[in-house]
Design a protein around this ligand. Structure first.
Ligand code: BG6
Length: 484
């Protein structure tokens, strides 16, 4: 692995403390960092390197999955970190930063490979990219890479604009767009699950699959993020990125070889085959929900419009349920259902594949076979089959074959993704084509919401969403599986 400098914009932020430093530290413990590396973090505030290293130490103690019990290892890691105060609009601060990066490169014998990580609010993305260029931070002898957090634009037009601006500084191959769902171990497993299991491979098409259900439900509400969330809603926050990425991952045709360009091409093909939503179809296929007061784990909680900083009249969506169709040879006529919402009955990200032809109208009836992929917080797979009820020959009963992994032993999404970016593997990052096609798909829905063409369906906090979301499936003779 090449030696490198990790330049972190937003180094004092919440994401950095909770995810990025713990990920770097865990990679370090696992010997998955280059032999020589330097981490330079930026924030607005002036502070010394030593003070900042103590802040990182605290974040490791609190958030590192591996614990931070060995003071010598921890200290060695902290020694790789330097801090530089930076006003993102001030080019001189970038020159100062450049001086620090270069002096550390000399000290540690690092040959000019740099990762720039933008863990900042999206309004700063373009300014930072252009100041990186302006200050010469990007003129180096080695490679450069940009890791960028979501949201990548807030609609098709702004995403295109952002991409144009970034591409003045970075080539597409140098841009690593984070979608942390792509870093989740079970998501990274999807392709292997199909390709290395002939019994699944043989059944993986519209001949045998009746429908696919992708759910990402959360029990948390808007939390302290009303300023952002009330302008984004579940459609931008979850559907345009995470949910469509899950859809691509589960439905892409298997790549001949599993490298970034093949996988990304297959994913792009899925997006190109998505049946576009015409304005008149949106009301039939998209459910827009908002939570009202209810109970979460027995405790009463407020409705969305009573949450701090949410306008009382807000008609923002906190839940989306969506039916989509992939019009290609393998998936035609198979409905895919997506559902994501806040303040639902449980925290669960899962994909349920329902197989065709349960035994109906014979002497016995049975539930369909299911393949369930639990992504988060449980990580596992189960298959639902039928067996005879020993007490009643007329009846079949479902049985489940389970595999559950112990999540603690697995790397976290950010570890997987940062490791990939450090070694230059972009397979599990979103390519611009995927992002653009996702916005193209979502744009008519945004327009319909903007024009208030889709009424809000309300659901009590702690439920599985509004009735309209159940009816979406019932209309096709299906139901959401595994709802609590
Ligand atoms: C983020 C969204 O991208 O994903 C949040 O902005 C959401 O609103 C989160 O809560 C969910 O991620 P996870 O990994 O907890 O399912």
């Amino acid at each position: 692995m090449d030696n490198m400098t990790f330049v972190l914009f937003g180094g004092t932020g919440d994401l950095a403390r909770r995810k990025i430093y713990p990920a770097l530290f865990n990679l370090y413990i696992d010997h998955k960092m280059p032999e020589s590396f330097s981490i330079i973090a930026m924030g607005r505030k002036e502070q010394s390197h030593a003070d900042f290293q103590q802040i990182v130490a605290k974040s490791l103690q609190t958030f590192s999955r591996r614990g931070a019990n060995d003071p010598a290892v921890m200290d060695a890691f902290l020694q790789s970190i330097r801090y530089s105060s930076l006003n993102v609009n001030n080019v001189e601060d970038y020159s100062k930063l450049r001086g620090l990066v270069e002096s550390r490169e000399k000290e540690l014998n690092i040959s000019g490979n740099r990762i720039f990580y933008l863990s900042v609010a999206p309004e700063f993305f373009e300014t930072i990219a252009s100041n990186i260029k302006e200050s010469g931070l990007d003129s180096i002898s080695g490679w450069k890479r940009l890791i960028i957090e979501k949201p990548f634009g807030r609609d098709l037009e702004s995403a295109r604009h952002l991409n144009e601006e970034l591409s003045k500084v970075f080539e597409e191959e140098e841009i690593y767009r984070i979608d942390h769902y792509l870093g989740k171990p079970m998501v990274q497993n999807l392709e292997i699950l199909e390709s290395s299991n002939p019994i699944l491979k043989a059944l993986w098409s519209n001949h045998h699959i009746a429908n696919v259900q992708i759910t990402a439900s959360e029990i948390v509400g808007v939390e302290e993020r009303a300023g952002y969330y009330d302008n984004s809603g579940a459609i931008r926050d979850m559907v345009q990125n995470h949910m469509l990425q899950l859809l691509m991952m589960i439905s892409m045709r298997l790549p001949r070889k599993s490298d970034a360009s093949e996988v990304r091409m297959k994913k792009k093909n899925v997006m190109k085959s998505l049946r576009p939503l015409q304005m008149e179809d949106i009301a039939k296929n998209v459910i827009r929900g908002q939570y009202t007061a209810g109970r979460i784990q027995g405790k009463p909680v407020a409705g969305y419009t009573d949450e701090p900083n949410v306008p009382k009249s807000s008609n923002n969506d906190t839940l989306i349920a969506l039916r989509l169709w992939i019009d290609n040879y393998f998936w035609s006529e198979v409905p895919f259902y997506i559902r994501t919402g806040k303040r639902m009955a449980e925290k669960s990200t899962r994909i349920v594949i329902e197989f065709k032809e349960p035994l109906k109208g014979q002497t016995t009836t049975s539930d369909p076979n299911l393949l369930v992929i639990e992504i988060n917080p449980n990580e596992g797979i189960f298959i639902q089959l039928n067996k005879k009820d020993p007490m009643n020959t007329e009846k079949l009963e479902p049985m489940r074959i389970n595999f559950f992994s112990n999540g603690k032993e697995q790397p976290e999404a950010y570890e997987n993704l940062i490791f990939d970016a450090v070694r230059g593997d972009s397979t599990f990052f979103a390519h611009w084509d995927e992002v653009e096609l996702s916005w193209e798909y979502v744009q008519p829905i945004l327009d319909a919401f903007e024009q208030d063409l889709i009424p809000l369906s309300y659901y009590p906090a702690g439920s599985n969403g509004p009735e309209a979301s159940d009816q979406l499936l019932e209309a096709d003779g299906f139901k959401w599986w595994l709802d609590k």
